[in-house]
Design a protein around this ligand. Structure first.
Ligand code: NDP
Length: 483
């Protein structure tokens, strides 16, 4: 099983290798096989990428937006045509089942390229009447943006950052997570093939230190990170030192509130999606499932029955519904939380163990009778571990849902739409779902409140985060000077 790219980095439209960097191994987590060996970017490699990005950006920004958009839309088409190949690559790198990657990863990346490709030519400024004189505004790109990605949706994260950055005239230097280094290189190849001029999208590999070097580089005007809250604090601080713009897409411990009048099958299905899709490794997951007491038993019965039927196994088999966790380290972390849940007295409804000898498989796990103060109800686990908590009153559950430093997402299940809107109006979360969960179409802005982040990806909101406004005052009369 090999997925060795031509070289570690993709800079100025070409693969670049420098074997003096530390080795990075990409491991297929279903069996522990090394599928690719790459090298971390050295300072010289980072410099090469930055120089290329800076040199290419001005000419790109000067192009007609419709032309920039056309290239991105062409890239979207190539990506869709290669969906299977890209999905297999993503499955090898992350362990996510092919059943998922075929519909959720390259497909979502292609949506972003298509959406922002179409958006680019529609961007306009304002004209502002000033009673005689006037002003107008221009939306200008930042210049060079740094993108730093997490390992759970490597292709999607790279595309969600590259598409708006490039559409609005920026260049980007992107560092994937060292755990999943491969698909960003495939995106760079596709963009080049679609006609993106050299230097505009560069991929450099590395661990945290490479990300830190990008965030601190004086040539970078904007930093976009997808990662954990602790990393977010560090990267935000580095960006602050250079007064750089940031987008921070960070972690969460999101609430999913199920009222007694909810459609139970849909609510159970959503809770499973919100905890077991991608083996639970999704930032927006609804990992605190608050169930109103009257339906608690029925909810747990249905949940346990459906969870028992989840097909775990070889992620390359399209019948598999759940693959391994991304790495042995992540598996150990998740098993540690499961042990803690048991020790704290939460009731294990199903799962709770590692599966098999080889590979990083953890059973889909449900804890009931979870209390707010338990560690499994407070910390982001990033694995297939659902915590079910009881509630009685609407006001009390809203307060409990909000009693966290996170504020990424939230969900409400009820047939009472007035209640749904009332509750959503009070939830401190950047993205809320009513009678749905974890759907993130490119048309809808996505991002966090509180410690879950700053800025928004996708939708019209992304324009705010990949352009800055220039105001131009137009004097149409004589200058009124008091001198
Ligand atoms: P990390 O925070 O560990 O890493 C994120 C990225 O930052 C990686 O590329 C990492 O490199 C890099 N990095 C680490 N330290 C630094 C540093 N000091 N300066 C610059 N870059 C650095 O997150 P994970 O990769 O473990 O991903 C899981 C986390 O991501 C979860 O908390 C999850 O909630 C969050 N996430 C948020 C999403 C959102 O949109 N809100 C979406 C997906 C995930 P390296 O790989 O070497 O560690």
């Amino acid at each position: 099983m090999r997925a060795q790219p031509k070289a570690s980095h993709h800079i100025n439209g070409k693969y670049v290798e420098d074997k003096s960097g530390d080795v990075i191994e990409s491991i297929h987590p279903a069996n522990g096989e090394v599928i690719a060996r790459l090298f971390e970017a050295t300072p010289e490699v980072i410099d090469q990428a930055m120089t290329a990005a800076q040199a290419a950006q001005a000419e790109w920004a000067a192009r007609a937006p419709v032309e920039r958009g056309r290239i991105l839309r062409r890239a979207a088409e190539i990506m869709r045509a290669r969906n299977r190949e890209l999905s297999v690559l993503e499955t090898l790198d992350t362990g996510k089942p092919l059943q998922e990657t075929l519909v959720a990863d390259a497909a979502s990346g292609a949506d972003a390229l298509e959406y922002f490709g179409g958006f680019a030519p529609t961007v306009t400024g304002q004209t502002i009447a000033l009673g005689g004189d006037m002003a107008y505004t221009l939306r200008e790109p930042f210049g060079v943006c740094a993108g730093i990605g997490a390992w759970n949706y490597p292709m999607q994260i790279a595309a969600w950052k590259a598409a708006p950055a490039l559409a609005f005239g920026n260049a980007m230097v992107f560092k994937p997570s060292e755990i999943t280094p491969l698909s960003a290189l495939a995106l760079a190849e596709i963009l080049s093939e679609a006609g993106l001029p050299d230097g505009l999208f560069n991929v450099v590999q590395g661990r945290g230190a490479v990300g830190a070097a990008l965030a601190a580089d004086a040539r970078v005007a904007k930093v976009s990170l997808t990662g954990s809250v602790p990393t977010g604090r560090t990267v935000y601080a580095a960006a602050a030192a250079g007064i750089k713009a940031v987008t921070m897409e960070l972690g969460g411990k999101s609430p999913l509130i199920v009222f007694e009048d909810a459609d139970l099958d849909n609510a159970v299905g959503a809770a499973m999606l919100a905890n077991f899709y991608s083996s639970g490794q999704i930032c927006s997951n609804g990992t605190r499932v608050f169930v109103q007491r009257g339906i608690k038993d029925a909810f747990l019965d249905k949940l346990a029955a459906r969870t028992a039927k989840i097909v775990l196994g070889d992620p390359l088999d399209e019948a598999t519904q759940m693959g391994p966790l991304v790495s042995a380290g992540q598996m150990e972390r998740v098993l540690g939380y499961i042990a803690q849940g048991k020790a704290e007295g939460a009731r294990l409804v199903c799962g709770g163990a590692q599966l098999g000898e080889a590979g990083c498989f953890v059973q889909p796990t449900v804890f009931a009778d979870v209390r707010d103060e338990m560690v499994i109800a407070r910390e982001e686990i990033f694995g297939p571990v659902m915590a079910v908590l009881d509630f009685e009153e609407e006001d009390a559950v809203i307060a409990r849902a909000n009693a966290t430093e996170y504020g990424l997402s939230a969900g409400v299940f009820t047939r009472d739409l007035a209640r749904a809107h009332r509750v959503v109006g009070q939830l401190q979360a950047g993205t809320c779902w009513i009678n749905a969960y974890n759907l993130t179409p490119v048309e809808m802005p996505f991002g966090g409140m509180k410690a879950s982040g700053v800025g928004r990806e996708n939708g019209h909101a992304a324009l705010e985060h990949y352009t800055r406004v220039k105001s131009v005052y137009l004097g149409l009369g004589d200058v009124d000077a008091p001198f």
